[in-house]
Design a protein around this ligand. Structure first.
Ligand code: SAH
Ligand code: SF4
Ligand code: F3S
Length: 441
């Protein structure tokens, strides 16, 4: 069968979709980029904010037209929203053929083949977060590849639906991850991105409390990956700040491959809000981690996630967030307007901050960020940076792009024989709004 697969949501979902595509191809199916061509349309959905659900639902509902034209077309919803809504999604969208939750993704191929033969609508959403099967399949050939090292989350931040739709946290074995990494590198991968809702909790057995200072299986994993010849760079997302103990900071500082960039979700700079969010740190302790990380690795860059308009957020709380962001000097930030998620704890309190105030706070943080990035990029003009080359720029076919270890995108003119996935030095000549421009040396 020809399968069209559309993915919403985070990198975890993208990775799941990649693994599913690889499995489908192995089972003799093919993946098509054309909706009109498809025998099967799969939607890998996200539930993290209401807007994410509306987007996927809107698209699936719209598929009714295609189904009228081609009644044999099979339409399936998978992933986080499928997990959250289950049967009710079948009731809501009559032309939807099946719903497959995150805990049942490994059963996609047999269930799809069975559906194709019998045409009996179903919802398979039993949460089984102990299943790690199928997480390792890849579409090879990219210089950059992702490896999921954990599944699920045990943190239960009060606003967040992820622990409910992805299940309890479970870690894959170090041997599995290493053999996956070795085979990727053997197929040409130069950069690996380790994925998990809380990657730094890797191997801690799902314990919610951060480990003692000298224990970090995640650090052991980084050191082991460092030993793979041919691997040039290692990235990871997202770590929860309180897991950066002495052992992990030292391992990162001494690592050959670990990049000098950390995505360190802050969520809020107000202690009152952090407490209401069930985040296990304070403004002061968060800044303490940043300081320890910076003193071990002075060239680190940071990015973050922030939520504005959490219930009860006052001007003063918001100001605290703004200050912490300025203080850390994040090179990148994703700002989200609070969205109550039915099932998550905070949904039981009123969504009290008006939409207009959320939007205003969002705009203020984005403006701060744009100013800060412009200043940081301007300061880089004249310096020489090392980039991992990625290929032709999506915006300008006459240019190539690469990324610094600190995750800054750099554009440059190609030279004959230039290959993707190589480390090159670039002299920075000009700063754009969010990227740098330079010349290869
Ligand atoms: N596991 C990751 C985050 C996954 S969700 C981590 O903890 O780092 C990605 C981001 O979405 C979160 O960091 C948070 O900023 C945002 N988010 C999650 N739930 C939200 C909600 N209900 N409303 C608005 N933003 C939310
Ligand atoms: Fe959600 Fe918090 Fe887990 Fe991240 S750590 S996935 S924000 S519950
Ligand atoms: Fe990711 Fe959305 Fe699920 S952010 S884990 S795809 S709810």
């Amino acid at each position: 069968m020809k399968i069209f697969l559309k993915t919403y949501g985070c990198q975890m979902n993208e990775r799941d979709s990649e693994a599913i595509s690889a499995q489908l191809i192995r089972a003799g199916h093919s993946i098509t980029g054309s909706e009109a061509d498809a025998d099967v349309m799969l939607f890998n959905t996200c539930s993290v904010r209401d807007a994410a659900e509306r987007k996927a639902k809107g698209k699936i509902s719209y598929m009714k037209k295609m189904k009228l034209r081609n009644p044999a077309l099979i339409i399936g919803a998978m992933g986080c929203m499928a997990q959250r809504l289950g049967e009710s999604l079948l009731a809501e969208i009559p032309h939807l053929d099946f719903v497959l939750g995150t805990g049942q993704l490994h059963r996609l191929i047999p269930l799809l083949e069975e559906f194709s033969a019998r045409r009996k609508r179903f919802a398979a959403v039993e949460p089984s977060s102990d299943v790690l099967e199928g997480m390792g399949a890849h579409l090879y050939g990219n210089f950059s590849a992702q490896i999921a090292i954990t599944r699920g989350c045990n943190r239960f931040c009060s606003y967040c639906i992820v622990p409910y739709v992805r299940g309890r946290e479970i870690s894959r074995s170090m041997e599995d991850i290493l053999s996956e990494a070795r085979s990727l590198v053997a197929q040409g991968t130069k950069e690996i991105l380790l994925l998990g809702q809380n990657v730094a909790a890797y191997g801690l057995g799902g314990n919610v409390n951060p480990p003692p200072e000298d224990h970090s299986p995640f650090a052991d994993l980084i050191e082991a990956l460092d030993g793979i010849p041919g691997l040039l760079r290692l990235r990871y997302t997202s770590p929860y700040v309180t897991y950066f103990n002495r052992r992990l900071i030292e391992a990162l500082a001494h690592s050959r491959t670990a990049c000098r960039h950390i995505h360190l979700p802050l969520q809020s700079g107000s202690d009152r809000m952090l407490k209401a969010m069930n985040r296990q740190y304070t403004r002061e302790s968060y800044l303490g981690y940043v300081e320890r990380l910076r003193s071990a690795m002075p060239d680190l860059t940071f990015s973050t996630d922030v939520i504005v308009g959490f219930p009860g957020e006052t001007e003063e709380d918001f100001r605290a967030t703004r200050e912490v962001m300025q203080h850390v000097g994040f090179e990148q930030a994703y700002v989200f307007k609070y969205s109550p998620r039915p099932g998550a704890k905070s949904a039981t309190i009123a969504d009290s901050v008006p939409e207009a105030v959320k939007e205003e706070r969002n705009q203020i943080l984005l403006a701060d960020l744009a100013d800060r990035i412009a200043r940081k990029l301007a300061a880089a003009v004249g310096s020489t940076v090392e980039v991992l080359t990625e290929g032709v720029s999506a915006r300008n076919p006459g240019r190539w792009t690469g990324r610094t270890s600190g995750n800054i995108v750099v554009h440059f003119e190609p030279v004959p024989g230039l290959e993707a996935g190589t480390l090159r030095q670039v002299k920075i000549t000009r700063a754009g709004a969010v990227t740098l421009f330079g010349t290869l040396i």
